[in-house]
Design a protein around this ligand. Structure first.
Ligand SMILES: Cc1cc2nc3c(=O)[nH]c(=O)nc-3n(C[C@H](O)[C@H](O)[C@H](O)COP(=O)(O)OP(=O)(O)OC[C@H]3O[C@@H](n4cnc5c(N)ncnc54)[C@H](O)[C@@H]3O)c2cc1C
Length: 506
């Protein structure tokens, strides 16, 4: 009873994909999840009969023969699920004040659409795209190829912010708005969706490039919600003999002779010969005894900075009152998207991302709208020791005040939105830290820092024998990053070349 070859802690996308690979390879796998619902950031929730995404609003590289669709074919995800391609003429609309710029799909389209706004920037756009392609070719796993050299080092040590800032050649791009000079540069527009990687000036060039590449190549929404991905994976894993157990909050991991022992808050003990942790590495190491982890490693991992957290509104809408937007809308109050995670209180929210939920193909009206912005954990730190539903009046007032500010900002761009709202839910950094266990409710886990790429990268294979990490803190965050990360983690156990061949050959 309770004895497995591999225990995976956490059923986020990374944990489930590792569970799938290893079950398919004949390992006895058990995935232990603290929540009622598996999936981590793939979880959805319903209010008033409307389903909301919590951590996946769109996914990239899902077009035919693109990286994610090739990986997901192996995981059996391309048959059962339906996807809605976002507007090819602008999957993201980037707004600065009253100016809007489209990010189109396909590199030619991407360039020609932006040249309409920045006719003097053809050289800069060429350089942008050439660099993205160079970066992608330095990360062969993004083309399902085996990494052979260490060319990636060149890009992990460069700053995304500096690269984008130095791209623009002309100072005063042409404005689409008559008789006005645009204050917005091409550099700001290209950084306009940097919420996708946490908007930090410390982000390395490869993080921004790999993520932008995936969306420019092919941007899609999952029709019906991303919980369908976790459901499909759980069904496949159990059909292959694996086990997924929810409501198992793991509070201790130790070793007894050849076996790991994993203990849940409810007192259950599970044993295995190998462990993969899909939860934050600092949290993982904090539940292991001193003798299992070298102090220097524990100290380094505990000291790593996380990406900023978020404040999010989930709006259920009255029927037929607000259009379904087949794109994401990024609004910026100033022309500098890099200052927004640390936006001072008086100017908050400096930005928002507005996204409509996708419930059926070619939807006409939105049933749900999600509005996301940054929020630092310090804002809610005073309620850290309270629990969900019992945080007190002051917390409710805080949420209400912030929600009103964010909604007011969104209503300036979407005046019909407030009247269309039927019901509103709110999440803060505390909500995310409770539901996913990510410290400080951070959006994407550990912040990769181009000054210290090795220090801020968590390797999937650790010095603790048979102990591995997976998930967004290893390779890269986001659905594509985590998918590739799970292949790297399992590749460490069963051989990366062997696994890639299996994936490529179906
Ligand atoms: C607001 C938001 C929006 C996002 N939007 C997008 C997007 O549009 N596109 C995109 O590609 N990516 C997006 N992402 C990022 C993406 O969702 C994540 O990078 C990815 O899902 C992380 O997967 P993971 O496997 O690392 O683990 P997680 O999703 O973090 O899952 C970890 C799991 O471990 C469980 N757990 C934690 N502690 C314990 C414990 N002690 N015992 C047992 N279980 C435990 C948690 O409950 C959770 O289920 C978004 C993220 C956020 C927060």
């Amino acid at each position: 009873m309770n004895k497995y070859d591999v225990i995976i802690i956490g059923s986020g996308l990374g944990g489930l994909l590792c569970g799938y690979i290893l079950s398919k390879e004949g390992f006895g796998v058990c995935i232990l999840e603290k929540n009622n619902q598996p999936g981590g950031n793939l979880q959805t929730f319903s209010r008033n009969g409307h389903k909301f995404e919590t951590g996946v609003h769109y996914i990239g590289a899902l077009g035919p023969n693109q990286a994610l669709s090739r990986y997901w074919r192996y995981f059996g995800l391309m048959n059962g699920l339906q996807f809605q391609q976002l507007d090819t003429e602008g999957f993201d609309r980037i707004a600065f004040g009253d100016e809007e710029f489209p990010m189109a799909q396909g590199y030619e389209n991407f360039t020609s659409r932006l040249l309409q706004y920045f006719p003097g920037e053809s050289q800069a756009l060429d350089e942008y795209i050439r660099t993205i392609h160079e970066v992608v070719s330095a990360f062969p796993l993004y083309n399902l190829e085996l990494p052979k050299d260490h060319r990636e080092h060149h890009y992990t040590t460069r700053s995304a912010h500096e690269f984008l800032e130095n791209l623009s050649r002309t100072e005063k791009p042409k404005s689409k708005i008559e008789n006005r000079k645009s204050k917005v540069s091409l550099s700001s527009v290209l950084a306009g969706n940097n919420y996708l990687y946490g908007g930090s000036r410390l982000s390395p060039l490869h993080v921004a490039s790999l993520i932008s590449h995936s969306f420019i190549s092919g941007a899609f929404r999952i029709i019906g919600g991303s919980d369908l991905v976790s459901r499909s994976l759980v069904n496949s894993i159990t059909a292959m003999g694996g086990t997924v157990i929810t409501k198992q909050n793991i509070i201790a991991i130790d070793r007894h002779r050849e076996n790991f022992r994993v203990k849940s808050a409810g007192g259950e003990v599970f044993t295995s010969t190998k462990i993969i942790s899909d939860i934050h590495p600092a949290t993982t190491l904090s539940i292991m005894p001193a003798e299992m982890v070298r102090p220097a490693y524990r100290k380094r991992i505990a000291s790593l900075q996380n990406t900023c957290s978020s404040f999010i509104l989930y709006l259920s809408l009255k029927q037929g009152c607000f259009p379904y937007l087949n794109y994401n809308y990024y609004f910026h109050a100033t022309s500098n998207p890099w200052d927004e995670p640390a936006c001072p209180d008086a100017r908050w929210p400096g930005m928002f991302l507005l996204s409509t939920g996708c419930h059926e193909p070619d939807q006409k009206f939105a049933e749900t709208v999600t509005i996301l912005t940054y929020m630092r954990y310090e804002e809610v730190a005073r309620w850290t020791d309270t629990s969900v539903g019992r945080r007190g009046e002051a917390y409710l007032d805080f949420k209400k005040e912030k929600a009103e500010k964010l909604l007011k900002s969104a209503a300036q761009k979407f005046p019909g939105l407030p009247a269309a709202i039927e019901h509103m839910e709110i999440s803060t950094p505390l909500t995310y830290s409770d539901y996913t266990g990510i410290p400080e409710g951070s959006l994407y886990g550990i912040l990769k820092n181009y000054h210290e790429p090795l220090m801020t990268t968590v390797m999937p294979k650790t010095k603790i024998p048979d102990f591995y990490f997976t998930g967004q803190n290893t390779n890269l965050h986001g659905v594509l990053g985590v998918t590739i990360g799970s292949v790297v983690t399992c590749g460490e156990m069963i051989g990366l070349e062997y696994l890639l061949n299996k994936i490529k050959n179906g």
